[in-house]
Every structure is written in C-alpha cells, then in structure tokens.
Design a protein around this ligand. Structure first.
Ligand code: B12
Length: 505
C-alpha cells in the first residue's frame, strides 16, 4: 500500500512536471465514464497513473455515449479503451459499448473499472460481447501491468495474457451458472408470508414536527466537517486502513498524515474562501404500506405518491424474515397513520471553477483532493441531517447521544437507505424521490441513469421504526419482477434493466 500511495503521489507530482512531454510511447489509451454516470475520481486516478507510465491518456470525461467514445477512439487511433462506472445502470451501458465495438470491427482491448464493476460481471456479461480482450481492473495500481501485457510489442506475452484471461473468465462463467442454479430461492408469495412481524398496536409512532418539505440553503460547510467519515477518503487514494489509526500506521502512516494535513488545509480554504456550497432538501409525509409498496398521503389523507420496495427472495433460516423496506411502515390494514421521510443533499455546488483552475495548472493532486473532499462533505451532510431529523425535525430520538464514531457505525434508531444501495438497488426510484423533493430547486439534477449532479450528492429515505434495519435485497425471481413491473406500471424489460445484478434468471 505504501508503494501504491508512494506510487500515486510521486506520479501526480511527476505528471505536473512532465505534462505535455511527448515521450508517451507505451500506447494511447482513451478513458471515459459511460453515458448517464457522473463519477470520475476513480477514472482520473487511473489516468494519472497510466500517464506516468508513458501512456498517452485521452480522458473524455463523464456521461459519454457509446457512439462518441467509439468515434473518438477511431479518429485518435487509440490502442486501448477504458470505461468507468459507479452505479448499476452503467453496467448495461458497458455491455452496449462492447457490443458496438464488435459491430464496428474494433481491434483494441477494452478495460473495465469502477466501484460498481466486478470481474464476475465483466466475465459473464461484457467479455462475451467482444472477441478481443476485455479486462476488469480492480484499481489504478493494477492498470499498469494489465496495460503492459495487453500492449507489449512482445506477441508471445500478449497472446499468453489473453489465453490466460479467456480461461479464467470462462471458469467464472461456469461458476456463475452453477451458483445461480444452486441458490435456494422461494416464491414471492412465500417470501411475503415470511415478512418481518411488527405489532403496530404497540409500536410507538412519532408524528414529525412538520409534513411536506424543507430546504436548507447554503448550509455551513464548517458545521459538516465534524461529521466527516475519513476512512473512505483514504481508500480513494488507495490507502487501506481505518481512520484515525491509519495516521499512525507503520507502512502508510507517513503518507496518510501528509494526505490528511493537505486535506485539512484545503478544508480551511474551502470554508474561508467559500469554495463549496452545501444545500439540502428533506421532508416527511403520512404513509402506509400496501403490500410491498409505500403509499404517501397529502394533508387531507389522499394518496398522491407511491414508493416501490423489493423483497428478499432467498430461502432464509428459521425465524429469519424475508425483508422489504415497506415492512417498516404501518400497513393500510392497521388503520394506524405512519410517516416516511426523504432527503437529498449536496456539497458540490461551486466545485467546477476550482477543478478547472487545478486542471489548468495540471494539478491533478488538488483536483482529485477537492472532489474527494466534496464527496466526504456530502456524506457528512447526509449524516448530520439524519441526526437532526432523529433528534429534532422528526424528533423520535430526542435523547440520542452518539459520537461521530457511533454515527458511522449506525448506532442509532431508524435507517436512511440511499436509493441504489443494497436494500433498494433500483436507482429509478430516485425519480419518485426527486419528484417529491424537487431536488432541482437546490441545484441537484438527475441524469438518464438517475445519477445525481453535482456528483458529490446523496439522496434517500428515512424510516423511524425501531425494527427498521439495513439489509441486502440479494437475488429476485421472475414472479416478483412481473409483480414489481405491474406495480410500477412499467414494462418488465425496463425494470429488469435497473436491477440486472439482482436477477436470478
Ligand atoms: C465514496 C462513495 C460515494 C461518494 C462519491 C463517489 C465517487 N467516487 O464519485 C458519494 C458520497 C458522493 C457517493 C454517492 C452515491 N453513491 Co456511493 N459509494 C462510494 C463508495 C463508498 C466508494 C467509491 C469510491 O469513490 N471509491 C474510491 C474511488 C477512487 O474508487 P473507484 O471509483 O472504485 O475507482 C477505482 C477503481 O474502481 C478503478 N477504476 C475506476 N474507474 C476505472 C476505469 C478504468 C478504465 C480502469 C482500468 C480502472 C478504473 O481504479 C480506481 C482507482 O483505484 C462505494 C462503495 C465502494 N466501496 O466502492 C459506494 C457506492 C459506489 N455508491 C453507491 C451508491 C448507490 C451511491 C448513490 C446513488 C447513493 C444515493 N442514493 O445517494 C450516490 C450517487 C451519487 C451521484 N452523484 O449520483 C453504490 C453503487 C451501487 C450500484 N451498483 O449502483 C456503492 C457501490 C455502495 C453500495 N454498497 O451499494 N458514493
């Protein structure tokens, strides 16, 4: 890891020194984050590391449609294409790019990376679309040896690398089919029979202090800093370890401390010179569950919006329920009024001018630093607002007294599942959340893949029930998807697109 970090930092320094140096003869690589996806920190770090290993890197940026990527690749006669993506909808887009590369007779390797990608998905879904090497790369430091093996002048090494890859990926496809075949699943009817049992008559339902939505305009960044979870910050720089112990780590401590000090210095500037603005919108609505759906009601109790939840369908051990988020809201049949909340926050407003300023100076270090900090601040805003909701705005946990460590470990009552996370993997539910909150009023917009802009943004729902907990949906069967599509009033094919990794068929 020290090497990786040592690996990253000197590169970034060196890149600044040598930018524009023509000796980039290891090969020409085109990088892009696919259509509908806004995430670029990961891609940028890969670009810096490859550029410092004498690759000419053409970085097209984010939200790039397949035809544009392939047109640019042809015109620039690149030796390799690299795709990045953070959210599930991007996986289908990567399959589409590979398919188009075959249709257009491309003859260059394809690299796949990003938080949502995996070797399994690449082997099972992307590689079969294209006859040339398609390689999943876990992180930046591995992109160098992979690129080297794929572009080396030594034909033997290239061929051997591709043969080994083909063998490895075909094994993964067989394992995937076997796992799917052996996965013990139950019907959606049985799963609903085994839902979590809550006695609503004895459940203490607290009425929020208001219903409808509230905007937090220009929330003080300084007030968010104490809520920062620093551990993911260090993993962005490929430094593994938990904060704060990582600062004293024998191997990476020195690097971690340098990074942390630079980050604190930049945070001081962000606050003193108002580099970033944080805005949030949140609210509460009367609600009752209706099967696996959650019906929201306006002031006069009329249903006006529906959120759709999915239920775990894997066979569970005795006394273990098959969960769905709707279980945590009182059912209509209980005749008990319950409530649900929703939120969207960002800390990325104003970031562009600073990123442009750093990139103009070929200062990748600070360009990545401000993006990583904006992400941390967005997550900190979500954490702080949830605390204010529990103790004040909704007020179902007024006595709560938890420090930041406890908050990061979710030691509080209630949950804030973010759309796209394992309990609600369907990103398209963000459409309903944003209709409810009017996120555009605070400058957050959705892409066609329901990613949010500014990138440093988080959105989700609030559940107060003391039995509510985070869970992974896991795999679902066709019977539930047919029912889900009917409830959403959408063709099943469209619903399947948003839930591809969860389909067990
Ligand atoms: C930090 C983080 C965030 C940050 C910022 C993310 C970012 N990078 O822009 C914030 C807080 C803003 C965020 C928000 C959200 N997130 Co988030 N996030 C994460 C987290 C914890 C780490 C991702 C990260 O930044 N890693 C650090 C960077 C440097 O790594 P990386 O992007 O993976 O890139 C490295 C490699 O993948 C590789 N690589 C990347 N690209 C490429 C390209 C090529 C060609 C190559 C060779 C290699 C390569 O090299 C890079 C450097 O090593 C992951 C969980 C995880 N452990 O991965 C969840 C995760 C990615 N987030 C998730 C979700 C759902 C969201 C939200 C939709 C939640 C919500 N409803 O608000 C939002 C979306 C925001 C938006 N704008 O639309 C889900 C995605 C699930 C899915 N499959 O769709 C994850 C997987 C969490 C989970 N367990 O479900 N998130």
């Amino acid at each position: 890891m020290k090497k990786a970090v040592a690996h990253l930092l000197p590169y970034i320094e060196e890149e600044k020194l040598r930018s524009g140096d023509a000796a980039k003869n290891a090969g020409k690589i085109l990088l892009a984050t696919v259509k509908g996806d806004v995430h670029d920190i990961g891609k940028n770090i890969v670009g810096v590391v490859l550029a410092c290993n004498n690759y000419e890197v053409i970085d097209m940026g984010v939200m790039i449609p397949a035809d544009k990527i392939l047109k640019e690749a042809k015109e620039r006669e690149v030796d390799m294409i690299g795709l990045s993506g953070l959210i599930t909808p991007s996986l289908d887009e990567m399959v589409h790019v590979a398919n188009e590369m075959k249709r257009q007779n491309f003859e260059v390797p394809l690299l796949i990376g990003g938080a949502t990608t995996s070797k399994a998905h690449t082997a099972v879904k992307i590689a079969p679309q294209y006859d040339l090497p398609v390689v999943h790369v876990l992180d930046a430091s591995r992109s160098v040896p992979v690129a080297g093996n794929l572009l080396t002048k030594d034909k033997l090494v290239r061929t051997e690398f591709f043969e080994n890859l083909k063998e490895e990926y075909s094994k993964i496809r067989i394992q995937f089919e076997q796992k799917k075949a052996h996965k013990k699943m139950i019907s959606i009817a049985e799963a609903r029979e085994n839902k979590v049992k809550i006695d609503w008559n004895t459940t203490n339902i607290v009425k929020p202090t208001f219903t409808g939505k509230k905007i937090l305009e220009d929330y003080p960044i300084a007030d968010l800093i104490p809520f920062i979870d620093w551990t993911p910050f260090f993993s962005t720089w490929e430094l593994a370890g938990k904060y704060p112990t990582i600062l004293e780590d024998k191997v990476v401590g020195v690097e971690a401390k340098k990074l942390y000090n630079d980050a604190r210095t930049m945070l001081d500037k962000i606050v003193a010179e108002n580099w970033l603005q944080a805005k949030g919108v949140f609210g509460f609505w009367k609600a009752n569950s209706d099967g696996d759906d959650i019906k929201l009601k306006n002031e006069d109790g009329k249903e006006f919006k529906t959120l759709h939840s999915l239920r775990q369908q894997g066979k569970k051990a005795a006394k273990v329920p098959n969960l769905a988020l709707a279980d945590f809201i009182a059912p209509k049949t209980s005749n008990i009024e319950d409530y649900i909340g929703a939120f969207a926050v960002t800390a990325g407003i104003g970031i562009e001018e600073h990123v442009e300023r750093f990139e103009k100076d070929h200062d990748d270090y600070n360009s990545i630093m401000i993006k990583a900090l904006a992400d941390r601040l967005a997550e900190a805003f979500a954490e702080k607002l949830h605390k204010m909701v529990r103790t004040e705005y909704w007020g179902y946990a007024k006595e709560e007294n938890i420090n930041n460590e406890g908050l990061i470990r979710e030691k509080y009552r209630g949950i804030r599942p973010a759309a796209g996370y394992p309990a609600c993997p369907d990103h398209s539910e963000k459409e309903t959340i944003f209709n409810l909150l009017k996120g555009e009023e605070i400058g957050i917009t959705l892409t066609e893949s329901f990613a949010m802009l500014p990138t440093a943004a988080v959105s989700g729902l609030y559940f107060a029930n003391e039995k509510s907990k985070y869970f992974g949906l896991g795999k679902v069967e066709k019977d539930q998807m047919e029912d889900y599509a009917k409830r959403k009033g959408k063709p099943i094919e469209e619903c399947e697109k948003w839930l591809r990794p969860n389909l067990n068929y």
